[in-house]
Design a protein around this ligand. Structure first.
Ligand SMILES: Cc1ncc(COP(=O)(O)O)c(C=O)c1O
Length: 384
């Protein structure tokens, strides 16, 4: 029998995996589960793949193709107010690989990482896989899920804490960090000599004029922040697995070294497609955001009307609804909803124990499906 490592055995089991298994079998289920855009690839990118097909059979340098890193640096300067050279950038197979490589490169065993609770489901397992030590700061609905700098400060162990992970726009809460909060957290990072991991995968998906600010653009923060960005959501390129991390030259060098021992480099065809994607006019992403916004304006009021308190997300494409008046057991709620009403949602506890009594619905799904799923959800809630 193979031996499964203790680390692996300790990894949390996500309800979403089981939900997906059930959904694959039962086609009558309507899903508000997806974490990826439901849009096709922008047309110019489809044409580009055809042109590239026979030209990408070689590895690229571990840090990524120089043309892509140069294009990323231009984008960072223009869109994120981050000044970077190609040596500051490592291109990876999705931003999630960058998060894993950065954690491997920067953290020693038992060093502490502060994680928002609830937050994106990969943060905690990434830290646990490396036998580093997670510590949580809670996000509250009453504060629109904005992190509290005081709470962060309380969780810091001056000897052990090394990294704070932040994600804005946030999955699953839809919060977009305010500049004032960021500045206070930046001060905490400087006082305690901490690095910030800033996950900006949804940077282009914001609503109602909410402005995404890159942490590394704040005064004095450039070398203290690792910025994780992605092509997945901005260009509906999830399947191409393309992302990158930007940080100090020392950090990028270490991450590049680790990259050689993991996947060597991001797929060359995806990198070449990334160059083309960065040259596209804004209209392709704007059209997707406009459509998400239309759906947001349907889904949020309806959830609130059926008694599920749901803050208006300022970014990303998820709602995070309070079902505590019905149950605190989000997992059970999600499985019952699936079984009785044939609607898939993700239990809040998949994002941390502070997600107890919440469910996440994605609006990266066509509007008629969302509306039908909401009708079923409403009936289910009424009968509960
Ligand atoms: C907050 C967050 N970060 C990172 C990722 C992973 O993105 P990528 O496809 O770039 O690995 C996701 C995917 O859903 C996400 O929600």
């Amino acid at each position: 029998m193979v031996h499964i490592s203790e680390r692996e055995r300790q990894l949390p089991e996500q309800a979403i995996e089981k939900l997906i298994e059930i959904m694959v079998e039962d086609k009558s289920i309507l899903s508000l589960g997806p974490g990826e855009p439901d849009f096709d690839l922008p047309k110019p990118l489809i044409a580009q793949i055809k042109r590239l097909a026979d030209k990408c059979n070689h590895y690229s340098p571990a840090g990524g193709l120089i043309e892509l890193r140069e294009a990323i640096c231009r984008k960072l300067r223009r869109d994120n107010k981050i000044t970077a050279d190609p040596e500051n950038v490592v291109v990876t197979s999705g931003s999630q690989e960058a998060l894993l490589l950065a954690s491997m490169s920067l953290l020693d065993v038992s060093e502490q990482v502060l994680i928002p609770n609830p937050s994106y489901m990969a943060f905690l397992p990434t830290i646990e896989l490396l036998s580093a030590s997670p510590r949580f700061f809670e996000l509250n609905e009453e504060a629109d899920f904005e992190p509290s700098p005081d709470e962060i400060r309380k969780q810091i162990d001056p000897k052990k804490t090394k990294v704070i992970i932040l994600n804005s726009p946030a999955n699953p809460t839809g919060n977009v960090l305010k500049r004032k909060t960021m500045e206070e957290i930046a001060d905490i990072a400087i006082e305690n000599n901490l690095t910030i991991f800033s996950d900006e995968a949804y940077e282009k998906i914001t609503y109602d004029g909410a402005k995404h600010i890159s942490f590394a653009s704040l005064n004095g923060m450039k070398d203290r922040v690792l910025t994780f960005q992605s092509f997945s959501k901005t260009y509906a390129m999830c399947g191409f697995r393309l992302g990158y991390v930007v940080g100090s030259k020392a950090a990028a060098e270490a991450i590049k070294k680790t990259h050689i021992y993991s996947t060597i480099c991001a797929p060359t065809i995806s990198q070449k497609l990334g160059i083309k994607a960065l040259s596209l006019p804004k209209k392709y992403t704007d059209a997707m955001v406009k459509e998400y916004d239309k759906r947001r304006k349907v889904i949020v009021p309806r959830l609130n009307e059926m008694g599920l308190s749901t803050p208006n997300p300022k970014g990303a494409f998820y709602t995070f609804s309070n079902v505590k008046h019905l149950t605190n057991d989000s997992r059970r709620f999600a499985f019952e909803l699936l079984k009785k009403a044939k609607v898939a949602v993700v239990p809040g506890t998949d994002f941390g124990d502070a997600g107890k009594g919440y469910i996440r619905c994605s609006f990266a799904t066509k509007l008629p499906i969302i509306e039908k799923a909401l009708d079923r959800l409403e009936k289910f809630v009424k009968n509960k």
